[in-house]
Write a protein that binds this ligand. Structure first.
Ligand code: CLF
Ligand code: SF4
Length: 503
């Protein structure tokens, strides 16, 4: 059984209150000290621990092509190597190929910690392939954690077998608990060989999802709920969803923005249903975080993703590129890497704690927003011009809290600056006070400064949180001297405000 707070799940404080040590990382939040067994499940999974995601890798094996429901945002025939989002995959795998690929990746990527089945259809709509794969990986590489993502329709009948196999992390995508909302997301489901449409389909789906979450929790499995934020359809309903899944036993909720474009071939793409803006997503997060822990570092991975979150190494590990024979057993190498990662995390935590002491005297009301360019090792170590995304943190004397990631286009290509890409970056960082990078060229430096965003290399190669706090210390001094002022960020409207462009 997962531990329950004395008064039941609803009595737990919000995960992200108090600017604790990085959101989405419950193991690091003093207000919610976890028992050791649960903390261990969180600590080394890159999706459950924001801190771990800088260091630890996951991979997906695409063994599940079929699905038992239809979502208006899904069309799995679309494939593009440049697309990173759920349902996109370059090649499907048999269970035997999946195990071969896992061993090959685990020999080359020693920070690999988790193997997940996340499509491209639904893992539990393909039970034979899913179980053959999980059992094969469990036998071949018992040090790797098994993870699974599902729409939840078939979940109740699979909980016992998953738990018996040692699956300790399951993600259930829950976009609604109200069938009136659901009928605008799901045109149909297939239940016991029968196609069900309309509100009845959503009612059956929601009941199965909540029952499955509760049953997983009873078996000691950590459940993450992914909820797709669809402006005008379910955004105002999501706080209710967060409360319901939390009450059922979900550990963390991940609010993922709808990705929708006409060329994706989806119903939403064709009907021009848009995804949320960064401000709208933040507004929905704020409305849900009182009721649930939130994950904010999701990269909306492909079904064949390989590497740390934000890395796209899947193209290096297609079947044609795998070594012909069995991969070497690299368990010892992975154990060594885990020790090295533990040391790096420890150093980063100490640096952060020392930086917290230095900002303790800053006025409580002062905060700032900083963007960070990182290659993914938890350091400010990327050139501005090479960044394809920035991590954005709100910083105050309590700490640095991840707000989310902002995708951008790479500014520097072949040594040439790309003006269009710079425009994208300026828009992505428009609400930031500073951007912390390892290096930056003259031109982007000037344009960022002109836009009121301070570019700085002063904290290059420092751990991210310590760097953000160190920058904040200097910023607070300048504010006190009247030489700087925090940027005023436009207040995001409530989710209802987004309804104008609904499908
Ligand atoms: Fe994969 Fe999902 Fe397991 Fe993670 S992803 S099955 S829990 S190992 Fe992670 Fe990728 Fe976001 Fe998923 S970043 S899409 S939350
Ligand atoms: Fe696509 Fe997943 Fe929805 Fe199935 S559950 S239709 S695979 S998004």
């Amino acid at each position: 059984m997962l531990p329950v707070a004395p008064d039941g799940p609803g009595s737990l404080p919000a995960a992200n209150c108090g600017f604790a040590r990085g959101c989405g990382d419950a193991s690091q939040q003093p207000s919610q000290a976890l028992p050791p067994d649960l903390a261990a499940l969180v600590r080394d999974h890159p999706c459950y621990s924001e801190e771990a995601h800088h260091h630890v890798a996951r991979m997906h094996v695409a063994v599940a092509p079929a699905c038992n429901i239809q979502c208006h945002y899904c069309y799995r025939k679309y494939d593009c190597a440049n697309e990173s989002r759920p349902g996109v995959v370059s090649e499907g795998l048999s269970p035997a190929d999946a195990v071969r690929k896992v061993l090959a990746v685990a020999a080359e990527v020693p920070e690999l910690s988790v193997v997940g089945i996340a499509g491209p259809g639904d893992a539990l709509a393909n039970p034979e392939a899913t179980y053959a794969t999980l059992e094969g990986i469990r036998r071949a590489a018992p040090d790797l954690s098994l993870c699974l993502s599902t729409n939840g329709l078939a979940l109740p009948e699979h909980v016992d077998r998953l738990a018996a196999l040692g699956v300790r992390h399951v993600t259930v995508t829950v976009n609604m608990t109200d069938p009136y909302v659901g009928e605008r997301i799901y045109p149909w489901i297939v239940r016991n060989g029968r196609k069900v449409v309309g509100r009845e389909a959503s009612r059956i789906l929601s009941e199965a999802q909540l029952a499955g979450i509760a049953a997983l929790r009873a078996k000691g499995v950590l459940v993450k709920v992914n909820s797709v934020v669809i402006p005008g359809v379910n955004d105002a309903h999501l706080p209710e969803v967060a409360r319901a899944v939390r009450a059922a036993g979900a550990f963390v909720v991940n609010l993922v923005p709808l990705i929708s474009a006409p060329e994706h071939g989806t119903h939403y793409g064709k009907t021009r249903q848009r995804g949320p803006t960064a401000e709208e997503l933040e507004a929905v997060q704020r409305s849900c975080e009182l009721d649930a822990r939130l994950m904010r570092h999701c990269r909306q991975c492909r079904a064949d993703a390989v590497g740390r979150l934000g890395e796209d190494r899947f193209e290096s590990f297609t079947l044609s590129k795998l070594p012909p024979g069995p991969a070497r057993d690299a368990r010892e190498l992975r154990a060594e890497r885990r020790n090295a990662v533990a040391r790096a995390r420890d150093l980063a935590a100490r640096a952060r704690d020392a930086a917290l002491v230095r900002v303790a005297g800053v006025p409580a009301a002062l905060s700032a927003r900083v963007a960070v360019a990182t290659k993914g090792g938890g350091l400010v170590d990327q050139h501005f011009g090479h960044a394809r995304e920035f991590l954005v943190y709100d910083v105050a004397r309590d700490g640095a809290r991840l707000v989310g990631r902002r995708a951008t286009d790479t500014y520097c290509l072949g040594g040439e600056g790309q003006d269009d890409a710079l425009e994208v970056s300026l828009r992505a960082l428009a609400d930031c006070d500073a951007v912390l990078v390892a290096k930056i060229g003259h031109c982007p430096r000037g344009q960022l400064a002109a836009a009121g965003i301070e570019p700085t290399i002063d904290h290059a190669f420092q751990p991210i949180e310590a760097a953000a706090l160190a920058w904040f210390r200097g910023f607070a001094d300048r504010v006190a001297r009247g030489q700087a002022a925090p940027r005023r960020r436009p207040a995001a409207g409530p989710p209802e405000a987004a309804r104008t462009e609904a499908a």
